[in-house]
Design a protein around this ligand. Structure first.
Ligand SMILES: *Cc1c(COP(=O)(O)O)cnc(C)c1O
Length: 223
């Protein structure tokens, strides 16, 4: 086993341990966040079976997509999206945009997608910990915003929700922020939501306990 195989193996063992406790039938998808590593490390992880990777900057996503274009990778966009980068992102055909954080941004992405006859899979980002430093719609507004995007943005396929756990040391508070996101996800399931993206290197086990089915792990895989 090489280093990457060993790391993936350890993480899947940890994921499985929690999943078995929570819900044996739940499939959990791992997105490897490669924002702080070079394409050679992406390739190394790909070589031991990882397919989905996440980047938080459009330019960097473009650079890595280009260098690794011969590999059948699935790229996720997870960062703040500036309006002037929307066209460039659409050109890269991301598998999923996790960070659609307002109706306004959704409308802007939709308009440009329409002009390119593109359809994009997106998640609505929720600021479930209500932190000023974070993007996302407030939990109270999430349900309505989701419906509005569905109605007003025919070129977007809303697949569910994304959230970043509270930025604190108290795991009780992190748990509450995940539970808040999960409650919203459950209310949106009848409206087609299937993805609940939450959980990073420091809190992914807690996120699985709270119902996450998509993890975004960076540091724990790559450092
Ligand atoms: C960087 C990043 C991650 C991964 O964080 P780690 O702590 O390195 O696992 C996940 N989600 C988003 C939105 C990020 O920006």
């Amino acid at each position: 086993m090489n280093l990457y195989e060993q790391r993936l193996d350890e993480i899947f063992t940890r994921i499985e341990a929690v999943r078995a406790k929570v819900n044996e039938h739940q499939i959990i998808k791992l997105v490897a966040v490669s924002k702080s590593v070079e394409p050679s490390e992406v390739e190394a992880l790909y070589n031991v079976g990882q397919r989905a990777f996440g980047e938080n900057r459009v330019q960097e996503l473009g650079r890595k997509c280009g260098i690794l274009e011969s590999l059948p990778l699935e790229w996720h966009f997870i960062g703040r999206l500036q309006k002037n980068k929307i066209n460039a992102l659409i050109e890269l055909s991301p598998a999923l945009i996790h960070s659609c954080d307002s109706l306004e941004l959704a409308l802007a992405i939709n308009q440009r997608a329409k002009a390119k006859s593109a359809n994009l899979d997106v998640l609505l980002q929720i600021n479930s910990a209500k932190e000023e430093s974070k993007a996302g719609v407030m939990p109270e507004a999430a349900y309505e915003t989701y419906q509005q995007i569905k109605e007003e943005c025919p070129n977007l396929n809303l697949k569910g929700v994304m959230s970043i756990g509270a930025h604190v040391n108290d795991s009780k508070i992190i748990q509450e922020s995940f539970e808040e996101t999960y409650r919203i996800f459950e209310n949106l399931k009848p409206h087609g939501a299937t993805v609940c993206s939450m959980g990073m290197s420091q809190d992914f086990e807690l996120a699985i306990e709270c119902g996450s089915n998509m993890l975004r792990l960076g540091g724990i895989l790559f450092s």
